[in-house]
Design a protein around this ligand. Sequence first.
Ligand code: ZN
Length: 149
Amino acid sequence: MIADQSHPAGGEPPSSNRALPDPSPWAEQYWRSGEQGILQVQRCRACDQWSFPPSPRCRSCWSADLGYDEVAGTGKLLTWTRNDQPWQEDPKPPYWVALIVLDEGIRILMNIINADEAALTRGTRLAVVFQNIGEGVWLPQARLVGAFS
Ligand SMILES: [Zn+2]
């Protein structure tokens, strides 16, 4: 359960009204890992396969012996869609929902922030950044490599 309200010294307060994710015990470390600025992804200790989204059992060998390993937090864009509808208060449109393949080969869905739509193409390099959305949850998001705005 994600219940920790504290933040590290110097940590930023939550900057969002976004809905919080499902705090499944096996997914908690994924949602919290951004507090240290490093994305962690679930990995099977029996067969070494990455597991995303987090799951109580490995999809490859059905082992329940799963842990978390750090990933580089970089990857490339496979495909994306732009949302212009105000479905919720945060994020405000337009925003981009992207399927990314991390350099470790893990396919993962994220929003792209501060996107320059003209720069989005299959293979665009992306880096993971985190947004503190409250209750110890750091939402992984992607930005274009080299875009620091
Ligand atoms: Zn496995």
